[in-house]
Design a protein around this ligand. Structure first.
Ligand code: GLN
Length: 279
């Protein structure tokens, strides 16, 4: 069997098992297994694969067919053009979140802000991206859970920036003692209503519940940010958060007493972010 035939059979198997982007996933898993980039994969399409390689590929396909996210199988996923380590225990960076990081970068640069907090940092995709593009700012990445923290530290080490600090802390308890007050707060916190969690897409079920569960009504983290974090901003300080579908208006109301808020749409046209400056 050639590599090309192996991938074609893999795509068919994934399609039969209801995987949405079967051809893409089959290719990605082959690139991962054989350590080839897209071009090398094309060039080596006629290479024969050994029975051991076929078995190893089959094992990956079976895990993917069972619903394990492609990103966890690959162990890395790109966000704003940089690879981030991911795996069970941490939320996979989503493309819509890139907009949030971009907004922060522009705001930090335009306003010369010095102190940024990424609350519920997960992989660190937002905070590390901002830190890399804004060397004059210091970025604190707060994360509570050990599972996520392992990836966060790994990603921080890979970025190897002088201006980041990872802090294990509960965002619901406010600013940890001894840390400076923020000029900009950014967060993509857990926001799903507890009762909705069992009905989520199969792949999402492999992601940690703690990264998804926004408490009873889904607003627990936004409320904590409104009450405990936004008042720490100086006049003219900024905040930006990502929300679930249908949530931005309520979040804007929660932030209303402290921030001049705007709701922004994501790349799919869905109202997704609340941004604002301290009144
Ligand atoms: N801030 C991280 C992200 O955007 C993790 C978010 C989370 O765990 N809810 O990917």
């Amino acid at each position: 069997m050639t590599l090309r035939e192996l991938i074609r059979a893999g795509a068919e198997y994934l399609t039969e098992n209801g995987v949405e982007d079967a051809a893409f996933d089959a290719r990605q898993l082959a690139m991962f297994l054989f350590s080839l980039n897209g071009t090398a994969l094309l060039l080596q399409g006629d290479r024969t694969v050994s029975p051991e390689e076929q078995a190893a590929y089959r094992a990956l396909l079976e895990r993917r067919a069972a619903g394990e996210p492609l990103q966890y199988l690959l162990g890395q996923w790109e966000f704003c053009g940089e690879p981030f380590f991911v795996g069970p225990g941490v939320l996979i960076p989503r493309p819509e979140t890139e907009q949030l990081a971009q907004w922060c970068i522009e705001t930090v640069r335009d306003r010369g802000l010095k102190c940024v907090y990424d609350l519920c940092a997960g992989t660190g995709c937002i905070g590390l991206t901002v830190a890399k593009s804004c060397p004059a700012a210091r970025v604190y990445l707060l994360e509570l859970y050990d599972g996520a923290l392992a990836y966060l530290k790994q990603n921080e080490a890979a970025f190897a920036l002088p201006n980041t600090a990872v802090i294990q802390a509960d965002v619901l308890r406010g600013l940890p003692q001894g840390l400076p007050a923020p000029d900009l707060i950014v967060s993509n916190p857990p926001y799903i209503r507890a009762e909705e969690i069992p009905g989520l897409q199969k792949e999402v079920g492999f992601e940690p519940v703690a990264a998804l569960d926004g408490g009873g009504d889904g607003y627990v983290f936004y409320r904590a940010i409104a009450e405990q974090w936004l008042p720490l901003l100086p006049k003219g300080g900024f905040a930006a958060v990502e929300c679930g579908e249908g949530q931005p208006e309520t979040v804007a109301e929660l932030f209303g007493p402290t921030l001049e808020c705007a709701v922004e749409k994501d790349l799919y046209g869905v109202p997704r972010f609340v941004t604002g400056a301290r009144l």
